[in-house]
Design a protein around this ligand. Structure first.
Ligand code: GLN
Length: 446
């Protein structure tokens, strides 16, 4: 049925970089055969999933929507891909993204933009736009994305689906093509909170292949799906309701707060005083890490290579000039600058210190509150081209999601209504490894 649906809508939505129908049908048959033999099947057996094209899939193209990796076929699976396969999941394809996950609209894909299924003139958000759109358009049951500064939650909000960025380290990053390693985290897009909990059950857990993965006894998250928020303390940070927020978005978030109060939660305005520094800190640290991570694309080992150069240095230069798009180059230049001698202390080190202050805001808040509630994005999905000429404008669309990555804590976006026919997302932020509370609160709201 998902293939029929893909045949109907994919021409318009363009969520996929690669479809893997034959492999999927073979895998589905395997599951069927197991059932026929009366063997046990995994919790996700037979259910279609789409994987963002920055996670390695053995024998299947993994492009990061970049010319640089247009021909890259990994020899191994990312840990999440392996875990899903072991649970019986059926991968039906790889989804489009902003090149190397840098962007907020999927317009930075080197192949084509993905469209928002709610309004094809609008972006699906980004960078995991393909994964969000595929779920919203019913081309798949769920998908995986990655979130470095909002790339799961913001597209989830634009496309009216659930998107979870887990605690840093809860889900292994092994096989996720690195953008900013201290911020990147993999998580699910799903149609509801229950599915998100089931998926997290499968993908979470310690992985010896990822040295930043936490040693933690992963609970059964479906146990948190209880309809009860009585006595839960919800903090509403005033810094998230200032300039630029669309009046409808504010209105729907206020409605959600009222709903939580009527369900017995205690909602209270509070402050996260260093919020205004999150965006500048992110745009120093993320490009710094990216400039280092992306140094490996030199045309030698794998991926795109310019064949016209006569010597190795011009081969490097031509390969990187042509292989990377404008936004990726901008990040590499910003990052290299921030890390260079003479600027390192002024920018990089300073940003690290302010990152700690941002983290401490949350630590203090969680002494008092169980969760923090904000809009996921100040606006609904915008039109193509509206922000693509102005990087600063584009960067501002992650203003509500970025601090969560800097602090390494979990955040979930759930739909909370429509504004002029477009979905609005509500973000719930939890303490480190506080996914259970997030699920409970989100489930009760839903
Ligand atoms: N939009 C942000 C950026 O461009 C976040 C991207 C992400 O989370 N991968 O960096």
């Amino acid at each position: 049925s998902v293939f029929e649906r893909i045949d109907q809508v994919e021409d318009k939505v363009k969520a996929f970089v690669t479809q893997t129908r034959e492999i999927a049908l073979a895998k589905a048959k395997e599951v069927d055969d197991k059932i026929a033999r009366g063997e046990e099947i995994g919790p996700l057996a037979g259910i279609p999933v789409v994987i963002k094209d920055n996670m390695c899939t053995r024998g299947i193209l993994t492009t990061c929507s970049s010319k640089m990796l247009h021909n890259f076929v990994p020899p191994y699976d990312a840990t999440v891909v392996k875990k899903l396969a072991d649970a019986g999941a059926v991968m039906i394809g790889k989804s489009n993204l902003d090149e190397f996950a840098m962007g907020s609209s999927t317009e930075n894909s080197r192949f084509f933009p993905t469209r928002n299924p709610w309004d094809l003139e609008r972006v699906p958000g980004g960078s995991s736009g393909g994964s969000a759109a595929a779920v919203a358009a019913d081309e798949t049951v769920y998908s995986l994305g990655s979130d470095t500064g909002g790339s799961i939650r913001q597209p989830a909000s634009f496309c009216g689906v659930v998107g979870l960025k887990p605690t840093y380290g809860l889900v292994s990053r092994y096989g996720l093509v690195a953008f900013a390693s201290s911020l990147d985290q993999i998580g699910p897009f799903s149609k509801d909170v229950t599915d998100a909990a089931i998926i997290l059950n499968t993908i979470a857990g310690h992985d010896p292949c990822d040295s930043t993965s936490v040693n933690y006894n992963v609970p059964d998250y479906t146990k948190s799906l209880v309809n009860d928020v009585r006595g839960i303390k919800i903090g509403i940070p005033k810094e998230y309701f200032v300039e630029g927020i669309q009046p409808d978005v504010r209105g729907l978030i206020e409605d959600a707060i009222k709903k939580f109060e009527s369900l017995g939660a205690v909602c209270e305005e509070m402050s996260l005083p260093h919020t205004e520094y999150a965006l500048p800190v992110y745009y120093i640290l993320a490009p710094a890490e990216a400039s280092s991570n992306l140094a490996r694309y030199d045309g030698v080992g794998y991926g795109y290579r310019d064949e016209s150069a006569d010597d190795i240095v011009s081969m490097y230069m031509k390969t990187r000039s042509e292989g990377f798009g404008a936004e990726v180059k901008r990040r590499i230049m910003l990052g290299t600058y921030a890390l260079s001698s003479g600027y390192y202390d002024a920018y990089y080190l300073k940003a690290l210190k302010v990152r700690t202050l941002i983290k401490q805001d949350f630590d203090r808040a969680f002494e008092k509150y169980d969760v923090i509630l904000t809009p996921t994005s100040p606006s609904t999905a915008f039109k193509f081209g509206e922000k693509s000429d102005n990087p600063m404008e584009m960067y501002l669309s992650d203003i509500c999601t970025i601090a969560v990555n800097l602090a390494g804590i979990p955040g979930i976006s759930i739909p909370c209504g429509l504004s002029q026919g477009l979905p609005v997302g509500l973000q719930l932020i939890g303490k480190p490894l506080g996914e259970e509370t997030l699920f409970r609160v989100a489930y009760t709201y839903e």
